[in-house]
Design a protein around this ligand. Structure first.
Ligand code: SAM
Length: 362
């Protein structure tokens, strides 16, 4: 690394410290030694029109972005590689480098000590695995990534930075029995509940730091201690907001009166809380827009196109009400929008996905 890089990293770490994220001097030292740019040779930058531009180190904003306290998107729709030589592309982020301040808060909440063994769920770029490997030794770190291409990139970047922790391709909800038992588990994806495999693979007295997304709003972070096959603990003050496992994203709407609505993209599952039904209001607004468009088409007067985030025309699903209890939920699965369907820009349009509007923190 050049002096310019080292200066940039030192300023980055000082900024995280000043913002209250890196109180622990040992982790400050680790963040100062592991170069984030090695794990992000290329990334996608969101544009005002909802598309993304790929950039690399040749771009004037690259170094500022890589050494900022920002989540950075590295993959769209599970397949697209950032290619700075092409123009803007559409898509939904499916892998990213988590906001460093959030990573620092989670790593410190793990309260590791030397020699402990850690399982990470959601390798992504490999940056967090590198921080763990630097702190604990690469032989003590195992990371599980569901996407084989992302896992392979992470292995290469980790090796380039001088770390070789075990990076396993698989579904992190099953943990990784091959390396169990672990002292700590850190998940940079959100789960609806603590998977039984994690409880089985963490030793008694071990700690899990993860983000929970089900019915809680904003996928808060929890720190849990495992004993006798159960996990108990508390919420962290730092907001989480990670993408749920499997890459499903949530969009949350909030109103000042406390009303909330959540739309889970892969299933188009909707939950609404509080006095107002915010998602119904969005749909009603969209219906009014389409009716006005149809009547103006008759008079030859055109309306501007809806923003890219609008529910796709022709697929607005009808609400299936679950009853009168809160939250009022509805499954709005349009054809081709169910779980397991590969995400594409066309599917995002058809299924009413809101690219870039996710509450995800990583
Ligand atoms: C926010 S990124 C992780 C950031 C990463 N820790 C880093 O330092 O760059 C989340 C990653 O979790 C992966 N993922 C999603 N569901 C998963 C699952 N069930 N098991 C393992 N990885 C998963 C995604 O493919 C994505 O790469």
């Amino acid at each position: 690394m050049t002096d310019v890089h080292l200066d940039g990293i030192a300023r980055f770490v000082a900024g995280l410290h000043a913002d209250g994220y890196l109180g622990d001097p040992v982790w400050r030292e680790v963040f100062g030694r592991v170069p984030r740019h090695v794990f992000l040779p290329r990334l996608f930058v969101p544009l005002p029109d909802g598309q993304w531009q790929a950039i690399d180190a040749a771009h004037p904003d690259y170094w500022r972005l890589v050494y900022s306290d920002t989540t950075l998107t590295t993959q769209l729709d599970g397949t697209v590689e950032p290619d700075p030589t092409t123009g803007p592309v559409a898509g939904t982020g499916t892998s990213s480098s988590t906001q460093p301040g959030l990573m620092a808060a989670m790593l410190q909440a793990l309260r590791v000590s030397s020699g402990q063994r850690v399982l990470e769920i959601g390798t992504g770029t490999g940056y967090n695995a590198a921080l763990l490997a630097h702190r604990l030794g690469q032989q003590n770190v195992t990371s599980v990534e569901i996407d084989p291409a992302v896992a392979e990139h992470a292995r290469r970047r980790l090796a380039e930075a001088g770390y070789r922790p075990a990076v396993v391709t698989g579904d992190g909800e099953h943990g990784w029995a091959g390396g169990a038992p672990y002292d700590r588990l850190i998940a940079t994806v959100a789960v609806p509940a603590v998977p039984p495999a994690w409880l089985a693979q963490i030793r008694d007295g071990g700690v899990i730091v993860t983000s929970l997304w089900r019915d809680l709003g904003g996928a808060p972070l929890v720190r849990l201690e495992v004993n006798d096959g159960t996990a108990q603990g508390f919420f962290l003050s730092q907001p989480g907001g990670f993408t749920p496992t499997g890459g499903h994203e949530q969009v949350w709407l909030f109103a000042p009166d406390g009303s909330r609505a959540m739309v889970e993209d892969a299933t188009v599952h909707v939950e609404q809380y509080g006095p107002r039904s915010l998602w119904d209001e969005v749909e009603a607004g969209y219906d009014r827009w389409t009716r006005a468009q149809a009547s103006r088409a008759g008079t030859g007067s055109a309306l501007p196109s809806p923003p890219p985030a609008s529910t796709g025309s022709g697929s607005t699903p009808r609400t299936r009400r679950s009853g009168t209890t809160a939250p009022h939920t509805a499954d709005r699965t349009a054809p081709g929008c169910g779980p397991g369907v590969r995400r594409t820009a066309q599917r995002a349009e058809r299924c009413g996905e809101y690219g870039g509007a996710s509450a995800a923190g990583g």
